[in-house]
Write a new protein. Structure first.
Length: 277
């Protein structure tokens, strides 16, 4: 099975944002996805973050699976609650790629590794993406509640691009998909992305709240920007798994457990986005 050839506009965007490597790694990744899944193209990419792996278990067995790290430039995830697995599902006449984990910037491989899957998935045809993560909450919201991401603060100190790739990021979070998720999730708000892996201090927490952030984490934003530059409609859901103003220190295993409790909402949100594409 060979991948459907991307149009000239997408090839140009992949070349522009691919740095010295150009579109080569993304195209090779797309070819591998097509060969290993038996599908010439996919419609939706879902990236499941901390504790959200297997949130779509209700879909049954995937049509095909492969290690994420088999794709060029993609590293095996290291964070708790993440798996080195990319599943391909047939759902409502569409093909959906589901990553059961992601690479974080703090793992030390640079921005290119963080966005390599997003680029390969786009080259394989995806028109929409749902990015899922766990967050430290800066508001008086409940643990286990799911937040629709409506905007972000990129405080990672990094960009997914090398060189002069100028992208208007005001529309990263697709308004139509945000509207769909509002009917599913309990909250909506602005997600602040930090590099990590350390959690923020009390002073940093107060600063983030004053800047307008509603929740904070260590992922997602670079992927979202990269997908947006390639013309993909992006939606995000973030699970409240830690109260950043609490006196107790953050427990990474508790973050994973609380994110897992939100699986039903996450699955409903993914289904809603798929139906809206």
């Amino acid at each position: 099975m060979s991948v459907d050839v991307p149009g000239p506009g997408l090839l140009a965007a992949l070349a522009e944002s691919g740095g010295a490597a150009g579109p080569g790694a993304a195209m090779e990744g797309a070819h591998q996805i097509a060969r290993r899944t038996g599908a010439a193209s996919h419609d939706l990419l879902v990236v499941l973050g901390s504790g959200a792996a297997n949130a779509l278990r209700g879909w049954g067995e995937p049509a095909a699976s492969l290690p994420l790290s088999d794709l060029p430039g993609v590293r095996a995830p290291l964070a708790p609650g993440h798996e080195d697995r990319l599943d391909s599902y047939e759902r409502a006449g569409r093909r959906v790629l589901v990553a059961q984990g992601r690479t974080h910037l703090y793992e030390g491989h640079g921005p290119a590794a963080v966005v390599a899957l997003a680029r390969a998935a786009t080259a394989s045809g995806v028109r929409g993406a749902v990015l899922v993560n766990a967050n430290g909450c800066l508001r008086e919201w409940g643990l286990g509640e799911v937040v629709t991401i409506t905007d972000h603060l990129n405080l990672t100190g990094a960009s997914p691009f090398e060189g002069t790739v100028f992208v208007d990021v005001r529309g990263v979070w697709d308004e139509g998909l945000v509207a769909v998720l509002r009917d599913v999730t309990q909250r909506e708000g602005t997600y602040a992305a930090l590099r990590g892996p350390e959690y923020q201090t009390g002073a940093e927490t107060r600063m983030l709240a004053l800047l307008g952030a509603d929740c904070v984490g260590m992922s997602t934003v670079l992927e979202a920007i990269a997908l947006h530059q390639l013309g993909v409609r992006v939606a995000g859901m973030s699970v409240v798994s830690d109260l950043s103003f609490a006196e107790q220190p953050t427990d990474p295993q508790e973050v994973v457990r609380l994110a897992g409790a939100a699986h039903r909402t996450l699955a409903t949100g993914v289904e809603a986005v798929l139906g809206a594409l």
